[in-house]
Write a protein that binds this ligand. Sequence first.
Ligand SMILES: NC(=O)c1ccc[n+]([C@@H]2O[C@H](COP(=O)([O-])OP(=O)(O)OC[C@H]3O[C@@H](n4cnc5c(N)ncnc54)[C@H](OP(=O)(O)O)[C@@H]3O)[C@@H](O)[C@H]2O)c1
Length: 293
Amino acid sequence: MRTLTGKSRLAGILGWPVSHSRSPRLQGFWLARHGIDGGYLPLPVRPDRFEGAVRALADLGFAGANVTIPHKEAAFALCDEVSAVARRAGSVNTLVFREGRIHGTSTDGFGCLESLREQAPGWRAEAGPAVILGAGGAVRAVAAALLDAGCPRLTLVNRTAARAEQIACDLGGPVEVATAPPLAEAALLINGTSLGMQGEPPLEIDLAPLPDHAVVQDMVYAPLETRLLAAARARGLRAVDGLGMLLHQARPGFEAWFGVAPQVDAELRDFVLADLAADRGAPQAATPPRSGA
Ligand SMILES: NC(=O)c1ccc[n+]([C@@H]2O[C@H](COP(=O)([O-])OP(=O)(O)OC[C@H]3O[C@@H](n4cnc5c(N)ncnc54)[C@H](OP(=O)(O)O)[C@@H]3O)[C@@H](O)[C@H]2O)c1
């Protein structure tokens, strides 16, 4: 059994609520795998206490923290320094406390692109136009990352058009807003809505107009194989699930806090999938690896 010591490095995730978060298990898996003297805690913090809590963590010697709903914009506002991508996204999901200053970045876009590269080998942002369904916080970060990676044209389609228009306005560049997804020329289609998630209505979309080389990605990871991904595979298109994004977005924080660049691999995927299944009532949660495994 791994226990903390007086020298343990600490990080955690601030959210309200935070009990749904996969991050403690995911980060805990890497801590165990690498035998690191450290801990990663769930930190439920009410919105009106968020800034005080972050400053207290820094004072307590934490190495940093992840930030989730509803605090990502508040985190952006309180950082002393933010990365270029966080500035573009207008939100921060990863805080690093260093030399008395609070550094912030946004890793959702990184996670999304890394999972595309992993699950659709050879995919390149420059390859052609992208269509994203949705205009929430995750889409904002992913849109910024796609443009930064060289995506030539991006179309946002959202139930509430004004949210998509705000993102287009904030990001500038080749971003359009449409009421119907222009699939015929799309090299990439991403579902960034909550449609298709367990307990939500399915996403209804006809993939027939997509070109044969198109890649389809779903940010939803519960269920892992959404109807959208099944339809894409049935059409012979490459399909990228939302779990990859979840796992890859966690890498930069872990490396910054604990000093090791962690890997996303099949063992980690299976561990997190078993954890998701356990939440749905399966008998036993997954066991993290032994130290050094
Ligand atoms: N894989 C990952 O690592 C990862 C990371 C972050 C988020 N996600 C997933 O990405 C999705 C969006 O997350 P978020 O944080 O950006 O949430 P959010 O800010 O709440 O945005 C939700 C989006 O879904 C749309 N939507 C919700 N219900 C809808 C409906 N009935 N019909 C049409 N559109 C609907 C919303 O449209 P309106 O603007 O019209 O309300 C909005 O565009 C979720 O499925 C989340 O689980 C995945």
